[in-house]
Design a binder for this molecule. Structure first.
Ligand code: NDP
Length: 480
């Protein structure tokens, strides 16, 4: 069994408590490694190391940080296959997805923010009759990056890269459920001689390691992606310490389909936006809203295609749907499917666990599931399921589409399908969400603001938004 270690002050270190937790392969339902469950002492050591490294790292020129960040991107690229295999095994996601999306995106995150270290600049305001004001943007110090299990290295690096580019030193905690690629990243940091203490990676459970990190007084800011409930707990603890917070939380995203859409394009993209990564992407459209006149055609065509989607071994190249991430998560998804039935929904496709037999017989596999006949205000349509489960519902007109789209506490992302340009703009403006995709899904330009409204979060990541989060502005006023 492979035991991973914490990476603190440029060294691999044993966990202070001596406690380890199993790392489970979700496609086999069996442990294949062990993870340290770090405590306060490990966190304190990491924060101290990051504090010591801060004067050096924040004092570097932009082009020096650029080279260091690029070396991380290159180090991942050199070990591409290892990263791809690790991500698929840890998470249960199809290996083709890890190869096409997760690991390339992690590389891009480091490349993109390497270049931001070169390009970041601050503002200046000329005040007529007085003089000038200019804004100094300084790094914050030691910052915490906490990420979830669904896109492990993708989201981990999406936080670490801008934090480092802006001149901060980092203590990062990946999800305990998917720690392997974060561990491999620490190996890369060691290989490329990344300066000691600048990037520290500490493993463990949220309630112990994550909580200790959030509470640590040496931490100046927390960039967190995860569930809304965890986000609330972090606000309760860190808000009273006046730490800067960036919170990317849950979603219950509408996928709004008008009758005038390009049907084939919409259908193939809707299959992806419903079930990619087994529906475990915060941006998946889990509530599909279809205009009345298209409803029956959509339902027939969609269900026919969903029935053809087979769940299989994530390590096989041809697999499109793998395992969900853990037994606990699988049970949660199955409970929601039961709830949907009790709420009066009809399961028109899927709805059960899948037993693939052989060495996968204990794996956490669920059929892609489509549910019909539920009100938008029922729990199934209000609460985040985060699995391969979508509901379909109809709307009569644009106003009703918008009303239904906005009828949840969440507001992360949304998708709109229409060939009517004016309607696309109108609907995009009216939807309560941080991101609207029109006639596409998951197209990402890393310069754009990324985040949600309402219970989906606080603040934005992406582009210069992240650089601003990870710096403190100071206005300097100079009189003529
Ligand atoms: P969690 O909120 O359970 O966990 C996220 C991270 O926080 C994990 O590293 C977790 O550790 C840690 N954590 C848990 N409790 C605490 C605590 N008290 N203090 C500090 N850290 C803690 O989310 P999941 O990992 O289950 O991820 C799924 C959620 O993430 C979904 O709600 C999804 O919508 C959301 N998400 C949002 C995205 C966005 O951009 N808005 C993108 C991707 C996912 P551990 O795993 O060890 O418990």
């Amino acid at each position: 069994m492979f035991r991973i270690k914490n990476f603190i002050d440029g060294e691999f270190q044993e966990v202070n408590s001596g406690d380890y937790i199993p790392n489970i392969d979700p496609s086999r339902g069996k442990p294949y490694g062990e993870i340290p469950d770090s405590n306060n002492v490990d966190i304190q050591n990491a924060v101290e190391a990051a504090k010591r490294a801060f004067p050096f790292w924040s004092g570097l020129k932009g082009h020096e940080r650029f080279h260091y960040l690029l070396s991380l991107a290159e180090g991942i690229e050199r070990r591409m296959d290892e990263f791809v295999n690790a991500e698929s095994k840890d998470n249960g996601k199809p290996i083709s997805l890890a190869r096409a999306v997760d690991i390339p995106r992690a590389i891009s995150n480091f490349q993109f923010y390497a270049s931001a270290a070169l390009q970041y600049s601050s503002e200046s305001h000329h005040t007529e009759g007085l003089g000038i004001n200019y804004t100094l943007r300084r790094p914050l110090g030691v910052v915490a990056c906490i990420s979830p299990w669904n896109l492990p290295l993708y989201l981990f690096s999406w936080k670490i890269a801008p934090a480092l580019a802006a001149g901060n030193t980092v203590v990062a905690k990946p999800s305990e459920i998917t720690p392997m690629t974060a561990y491999l990243l620490s190996e890369v940091a060691k290989e490329v001689d990344f300066p000691s203490g600048v990037l520290n990676i500490v493993h463990g459970t949220g309630s112990r390691t994550g909580d200790a990190l959030v509470r640590n007084e040496g931490v100046k800011a927390i960039s967190f992606t995860g569930g809304t409930q965890t986000g609330k707990r972090i606000i309760e603890v860190a808000g009273t310490q006046f730490k800067k917070l960036s919170l990317e939380l849950g979603g219950k995203n509408p996928n709004i389909i008008f009758a005038d859409c390009d049907f084939d394009k919409m259908l193939s993209t809707t299959l992806r936006s419903s079930f990619a990564n087994q529906g475990q992407i915060c941006l998946c459209g889990s509530r599909i809203l279809i205009e009345d006149s298209l409803y029956d055609r959509f339902k027939d065509a969609f269900v026919e295609k969903v029935k053809l989607m087979t769940v299989s071994d994530p390590s096989k190249e041809e697999t499109k749907m793998g395992a969900v991430v853990s037994e606990q998560h699988m049970e949660k998804i199955l409970r929601y499917i039961d709830l949907a039935k009790r709420e009066g929904g009809t399961i028109i496709c899927g709805g059960s666990r899948v037993n693939l037999g052989g060495e996968l017989e204990n794996g956490f596999f669920i059929q892609p599931t489509v549910i019909e006949g539920l009100d938008q205000l029922c729990r199934t349509n209000q609460e985040e399921i985060f699995g391969p489960v979508v509901t379909i519902d109809r709307f009569a007109n644009e106003a009703e589409a918008i009303e239904k789209a906005n009828a949840t506490p969440y507001g992360l992302a949304s998708t709109v399908w229409t060939e009517n340009l004016s309607r696309a703009h109108r609907v995009a403006e009216s939807i309560e969400a941080g991101i609207v995709w029109v006639n596409c899904w998951l197209e990402r330009d890393l310069r754009t603001p990324f985040g949600g409204v309402k219970s989906s979060g606080l603040g934005r990541e992406g582009g210069f938004e992240a650089m601003q989060f990870f710096t403190e502005p100071k206005n300097v006023c100079i009189k003529y």
